[in-house]
Every structure is written in C-alpha cells, then in structure tokens.
Design a protein around this ligand. Structure first.
Ligand code: FCB
Length: 437
C-alpha cells in the first residue's frame, strides 16, 4: 500500500438507529424508522432497531474497539428524537447526556468525534406534520442543530449536517422502500429542497456555536451509460443530475441542475444563498456505480437502471468497483474545480455473509480485498490532484441495515445479535495494520 499524506484521517462510521437500540430509554421519542419497521412487510426479516447492537449500553466496549483499531476518528450520528423527543422544544438533557458520555469516552481514547446530525431518524411528530415535505422542518432542523452544538460543540471535531439526502428523498419518499414509505416519485422534490435548506440553516447555527469544520455527507454513484443512442445519453444525464448533482451543485453555488421533478415553486427568494453557505469538507459516501439506459416506452421514469456485468458482487448484489471511486473523485474535482472543498470519504464498505468458524474466528478476505481496492483508488485520486483528506469504513459493527434488517453484515466487527458478542473480523486486523503504518 502506498503512503498517504501526513494527517490523513482514518475512521469508521455508524448511525444511531442502526446500532443504538434502547429506543424507549431515557425519554427518547419515536422516529419514522420505529414506525416504518413495525409496518408488516417493510423489513425483510421483520426486525426493528429496538435493540440493534445495544450500543446505547455498550458504547464503552465499542469505544475500546475503536481504540484497538487505532483510527483517528469515529463518525456516529445523533438521534434527533433523543435530543427533541417530539422534534421541537427545549433540549432533552437525558438524551444529550448519552452523547456527552460517548464523546468524552472517544476523546479519552484518542479518537476524534465526528457527529452526523441527521441519519434519517426524523422524529415521528415532525412526520405527522408533513415531515420534509413541510418547509418548517428545515427550521426545526436548524433549531435541533443549535441545541446539539450547544452541548457538544466544544468537543466534536467535525459536524456533518445530513447523511445522504438523495437516498432519503429517493428511497424514503420517491419509491417508499425506506421510512417514511412515501411513493411520490418526482413529486418528492420538496424533500430535496427542504433538506438542503435545513442543511444551510444548520450550517449557520453550527457556526454560531463552534469553530469546528462543517460538512454534509452525500451519496454518489458514477453513471455508466449502457447503450449509445441519444435517448441513452439523455437518460444517463438525467440520472446523473438527480443522484450526483442535485445535492451538490446548489451547495457549491451553482444553483440547481436541470433535474427531473425540479419544481421552482418550492424554492423561495433567497433560499439558494442559504443553501450555498460555505462548507469546510464534502463528505462522499460511495458504494457502487449505476448502469443506466433509456427507459421503455410508457415508463414513469426518464431512465432505466441496468445491472452492470463483469464485476464481483457483494452479498447486497452490489458490484465491487473500486475504479468507480477514483472516477467519482476525479469527476467531482473536474466538475467543481476551485469551488470543491476538501473531500473525506465518509462511507465505504461492503456486506458479506460472515460466519464465525469453529474456533469463533471470522475470516472475511473479500472485505479486505474490497477495502484494499477502494483505499488504493483514493490514493490514485490524491496523486491525480484531488484533495481527499480522510477515509471512513462503513461500518465498525455489523448492524441493522434498514429494510434489510439484520440480514446484511457490513462490520469490521462481527456481532452475534442474541448475545451481543463482538468479534473483530480479519478485516479489523487488516485495517488496524493499515492505519498503524
Ligand atoms: C448508506 C447508509 C448507511 C448504510 C450503508 C450501507 O447508504 O448511509 O446507513 O446503510 O448505506
């Protein structure tokens, strides 16, 4: 493995609802994921995040795992319904106490706390008032950011406003496979704009409370055009605008791209200035490229997704394409030039069906190969001049993977859910050795 620049940040990522459990403890309010997971047929194994990895009670053990890994940073998310159980009103002290303990434990272990404010667990009370379709949710989000930073702003080293607003819009509100389960297709555009407005307002709120850098974590997927007709080209462009540009162009001062579903009536005077509040870091979550061709006649979508041949595949059936990460980083650099802040890869990882052997060891050579390829891709991008300053593996622990429940294991550490026993996999040792160098 080639050398990385001094100060490069190595980390791992998790999110609140996927690991914490304790969903009714210490006054936490319900979130849209508590509601959604209880609806029959939503989660493949019928599970919920009620217990997840019980990280709420085992955070000290998990912090010790981070220390053993030697990472310089840990990206977790704050559960909004712990801080404001109904999404409004004063801070709920008992909820913030948990993150206080976590952050202090991380600092004592020499690990920088990196906090995401919204990783999809919207308080149910806000959903009942329209959720992200309601412009007021953006203002509520900024208020929550303020309350959280008032408590943790002196110790969190990097703030991330939103996690993957594209996925929350498309899966949560476009096709309904994630909470809150709405099926609005392109009528989901207000969810994009209100999340980005909330991001901009939260950036201002954070700046007033802390000198730490502020970021957003976007999901990106380089588009592989399948077919060579004008219609295929138009389809690839439409998908690229939606997935890769809608949540980035306006943040970097370009305004919205010409993307399907865009509704100018939702955008009020002055909003674009709020959205373009400068950020210090662009978080990039990357898993795979997307194959796109022209849709069949009569399709409700202006593109069709097609599986990409010729790649190994993960247990999620996602293609393993490290070259896609290099391509994406170069594309961001080309596209935005000087407007592009330093990038940190805030999620990168893979699911495999990891099973302990007779000795209890978990050997996961595919994950090692996956990470090796993706870390090398980042290095190639840096060598080509892209400012990348960090790389976070998704995820520290096997955890509750949204609609896939407990069926997809992404961790460097295996979790036996009935006993909550943690077993570092061979990829944990591999990543530890990489970080140590
Ligand atoms: C990302 C999510 C994260 C996890 C990984 C596998 O889209 O941000 O919570 O589910 O995918």
């Amino acid at each position: 493995m080639p050398d990385f620049p001094a100060g490069f940040r190595w980390g791992v990522s998790t999110s609140a609802y996927q690991i914490e459990g304790a969903t009714t403890v210490d006054g936490r309010g319900p979130s849209i994921w508590d509601t959604f997971a209880r609806e029959p047929g939503r989660i493949v194994d019928g599970s919920t995040g009620d217990e997840a990895c019980d990280h709420y009670h085992r955070h000290a053990e998990d912090t010790a795992l981070l220390a053993g890994l030697g990472v310089s940073a840990y990206r977790f998310s704050v559960a909004w319904p712990r801080v404001q159980p109904t999404g409004a009103g004063p801070a709920h002290a008992a909820g913030l106490d948990f993150y206080d303990r976590l952050v202090d434990g991380l600092l004592a272990a020499g690990v920088d706390p990196v906090a995401t404010l919204f990783h999809w667990d919207l308080p149910q009370a806000l959903e009942d008032a329209g959720g992200w379709l309601n412009r007021d949710t953006a203002a509520r989000f900024a208020e929550y950011a303020d309350l959280t930073a008032a408590r943790l702003g002196d110790r969190v080293k990097l703030w991330i406003t939103l996690n993957e607003p594209f996925i929350h819009m498309s899966l949560g509100h476009g096709i309904g496979t994630h909470a809150p389960g709405r099926m609005l297709l392109f009528d989901a555009f207000p969810v994009a704009h209100h999340q980005l407005l909330g991001h901009g307002l939260a950036v201002a709120a954070l700046r007033a409370r802390t000198a730490s850098p502020v970021a957003i974590a976007n999901n990106y997927s380089p588009v592989r055009q399948v077919g060579d007709t004008d219609a295929d080209r138009a389809a690839a462009q439409a998908y690229d605008a939606l997935h890769n540009r809608l949540f980035t162009d306006p943040l970097l001062g370009r305004g919205y791209p010409d993307a399907p579903g865009l509704d100018p009536a939702v955008i009020h005077d002055g909003d674009l200035d709020v959205l373009a509040a400068p950020i210090d870091v662009l978080g990039v979550n990357y898993y795979n490229p997307t194959g796109i061709r022209a849709p069949e006649e009569g399709s409700p979508l202006p593109f069709e997704m097609v599986p990409l041949d010729g790649y190994p595949r993960t247990a999620f059936d996602w293609p393993v394409a490290p070259d896609g990460l290099r391509e994406l980083l170069l594309q961001l650099h080309d596209r935005y030039g000087d407007a592009l802040p330093p990038i940190q890869v805030t999620e990168s990882g893979c699911a495999y069906d990891d099973v302990p052997d007779a000795q209890g060891r978990v050997d996961d050579p595919e994950r090692i190969a996956y990470l090796d390829g993706h870390v090398r891709a980042v290095h190639e991008a840096i060598t080509a001049g892209v400012p990348v300053t960090g790389y976070f593996v998704w995820s520290l622990l096997d955890n509750w993977e949204w609609a896939e429940g407990f069926t997809k294991r992404f961790g460097l550490v295996h979790v036996d859910y009935p006993t909550q026993r943690r077993t570092p996999k061979s990829s944990y040792a591999w990543f530890r050795d990489l970080v140590r160098r």
